[in-house]
Design a binder for this molecule. Sequence first.
Ligand code: SF4
Length: 275
Amino acid sequence: MDTVTRKSLIYRTGIGGAGAYAATHVVGCSHGCRFPCYAFLMMQRFGKVASYEEWCQPRLVANALQLAQKELPRLRGKARSVHLSFATDAFMYQQPEVSALTLQLMRLINSYDIPVHVLTKGAIPEEALQLSHANQFGITLVSVDEDFRARYEPGAAPYPERIAGLRRAHGLGFHCFVNMEPYPTPNVWQQDVLRVLEAIDFVDEIRLGQLNYNDVVKQYPGWKAFYRKTGAVARDWCTSHGIAYEGIAAADVRGASRTATDPEEKDLFSAPLHL
Ligand code: SF4
């Protein structure tokens, strides 16, 4: 796998409250999401990747561990968590070199008594489940239809495998969450939100978010009402199942405004993405 080098790795993020940090230890992502992927759009805009094809060929940050070793001592007692990652996938499907680097980074971060929060569309490896129980695991899941995955998340883990990894983590006592974002409008994909929710009825926390950066959404008549209704259904379902719920609620459809910044230097996101 090709590599790049960076000047810094761990940065403070506005997502997750005080003491929340994040790191991006890989450039690109072979999952190649076509919602589109906001991280890809930003990396292309800032000239870090030239094309979708290049984005789908991940490159490791060769000096990630050295940078982390340098930066972590200053974060001890200050960082509440490090999120992996807002701009790539830490357990990229069928990319063992990415997972190996993620595991090394997790061990290093944990050695400073700092928990890691991992969000993935890949499969959570068994080795990750032998690390600190202060770590948290999440998956992104907006459908359980494999045809949807093949169309919009072509390189990501099949849904049964993705869910099975999270179920195993939960069974071992880890705090587990699901990002249902970017949730599609019916003109993108026809489905029942309850089918998705029922597939993840074991988790601790669910967050529902709308599909941004895709004009097709606004071509759906009543798209705001659709999101309000879907949010209300998800919220009520979570309440009845004792699962914490965040995101779109009946009276609250968030806008899509984000401020673009250099993806290597600052936090790219105002919502918990990668998608
Ligand atoms: S949305 Fe996430 S999983 Fe999909 S290509 Fe982008 S970084 Fe990878």
